[in-house]
Design a protein around this ligand. Sequence first.
Ligand SMILES: Cc1ncc(COP(=O)(O)O)c(C=O)c1O
Length: 379
Amino acid sequence: MNGIPFNKVILTGSEIDYVMQAITNGHISGDGPFTKKCEGMLQDILGVRRALLTTSCTHALEMAALLLDLQPGDEIIAPSFTFVTTVNAFVLHGATPVFADIRPDTLNIDENGLAALITPRTRAIIPVHYAGVGCEMDAILGIAGEAGVAVVEDNAHGLFGKYRGKNLGTFGCMATQSFHETKNVTCGEGGALLLNDPRYVERAEIIREKGTDRSRFFRGLVDKYTWVDLGSSYVPSDILAAFLCAQLEARECVQVRRQRIWERYHEGLSDWAQDRGVRLPIVPDHCQQAYHMFYMLMPSLEQRQGLIAHLKALGITSVFHYMPLHLSDMGRRYGCEEGACPVTENVSDRLLRLPFFNGLTEEDQMRVIEEIKGFAHPG
Ligand SMILES: Cc1ncc(COP(=O)(O)O)c(C=O)c1O
């Protein structure tokens, strides 16, 4: 019996051709024709003012931190239930993290707790659209607007998802994307910074190009380029952009496949989940999800670990997800304690993600579903 991995990248068609083209073009450093094509596609598909490809979502988040000109003591509010770099990127540039709890239904930042976390030092709120289901952006933008703080969407999971009909990644003044190999479309390692507020565009180009005005030089706006601001090396190779370009072109096919996979899990597991006290994902009617992942909330940590082991013995890889950041070694350095984000603490112990990738066959997926149903955990 073949093993079923948690994730496996498949080619959508043109990747190898495009990579070869990038090489024969003789432009394998950054900002070549494929980078421009990807950025143009992201701008057109999403309707953002400017998209800049970056070496990762983490680096796009770091660029956001630099663009916000954070000063020591400035605070950012982010969910505790997220990837490390949602927060680390801002802390690296001087911010103090303030951790918000999540909603029990969507596992997104709980907008109801935000007002109480805002202080005179708050500079930004970083909503994460968990599993590609939109956060409550109306409320979040309202609270941020009233307090005069920026909203930077960490949209690592949410490409092609919508909230009340509007694309995720277009609500904040900036948003970040990931093209890591676990994402719906990928180039292995990669990301993008989406800029919705035109005031950030020129400086973002400088930060991305090692603090130089090289982009303006290439547009013929200055006759030499020089060091003009802080920055770093956030430009990916055009070889990676070539791979990504093929994946982005195949996005409709990718999304149809992923929708089918998500729906098959949902249909196949609903009755079992109800009988066993397992919670399947909740997608509010006003959210068009990105079909990024399928998770289950098991009744207890023991049952979650039991099911992971049961599937592993059958060659099927299922995985847990984020550990609460406020209880990490770094979180505790900021004085965070157990009980501060109760929903996060509870969910993190019980959540399990099932194999979910573009090439998952119906046969393999049905096997995953049947083996889950065969899991007999006492209690
Ligand atoms: C919510 C979130 N933000 C940021 C990242 C970092 O993405 P990257 O690996 O592209 O830096 C991840 C990684 O999966 C993530 O899940």
